[in-house]
Design a protein around this ligand. Structure first.
Ligand SMILES: N[C@@H](CCC(=O)N[C@@H](CS)C(=O)NCC(=O)O)C(=O)O
Length: 210
């Protein structure tokens, strides 16, 4: 398996999952955005985004989808929920929620306040920040009286949604997180799998700067 990654980008979901599962993988860490700063990356992934992931004939570009793939294709059910379990619907819902509902407005905040800043777009960015924070309502309610999102154990749903919380922290917009959400994020970051992913992304040889 090979994962193309940029430091702390959404590909961290896949890297964190690989580390939690203890699966062997090759990691290529590129400068961000790789579309411009990593020669030849568009030939690998025409979208130019990270993650890009290859396992044999399987090629994937969706961070939460890769986590799901690893559970199913590599039989990592310790980190997943089987269809016959009562929590299966909730599990899939959190997995999709992580990117479609949470990371989506964060990306627009990042784009309009940091990557392409100008006065008008900054207002749009601020609006998406508020939108993102209001969308944490469901997660906050859940972690107020549960240690993890589903099945009373750590799963890839925690990786997928936990990454969105971590991205919010890196974007400097976590000051509005409620106390249960903040403690949940701290619990996730304290995991050895998360720490190993951090070490892996720091230690991988840098490649392909333009
Ligand atoms: N839905 C995809 C989105 C992938 C994505 O947009 N990744 C961002 C990094 S967080 C990226 O590569 N942006 C650079 C670009 O669009 O050129 C996922 O969850 O993996």
């Amino acid at each position: 398996m090979k994962l193309w990654h940029c430091h702390d980008a959404r590909s961290l979901r896949a890297l964190w999952a690989l580390e939690e599962m203890g699966l062997p993988y090759e990691l290529e860490v590129m400068p961000f955005p790789p579309r411009f700063l990593h020669d030849g990356y568009l030939a690998v992934n025409p979208l130019g985004t990270v993650p890009y992931f290859v396992d044999g004939d399987h090629h994937m570009t969706e961070s939460s989808g890769i986590c799901h793939y690893l559970v199913e294709a590599h039989q990592q059910y310790l980190f997943g929920v089987r269809p016959e379990a009562p929590e299966y619907g909730a599990y899939l819902n959190w997995l999709y929620h992580s990117d479609a509902t949470l990371t989506f407005p964060q990306t627009l905040y990042l784009r309009y306040t940091q990557l392409e800043p100008d006065e008008t777009k900054a207002l749009v960015g601020e609006d998406y920040k508020k939108w993102y924070l209001s969308r944490l309502r469901m997660l906050n309610a859940r972690v107020t009286d549960h240690e993890f999102l589903v099945a009373d154990r750590f799963t890839i749903a925690d990786i997928a949604c936990g990454y969105a919380l971590y991205l919010g922290e890196n974007l400097g917009i976590s000051e509005a997180y409620k106390a249960p959400t903040l403690s949940y994020l701290e619990r996730l970051k304290a995991r050895s799998g998360f720490q190993r992913a951090q070490v892996a992304q720091r230690q991988a040889p840098a490649s392909g700067s333009a």
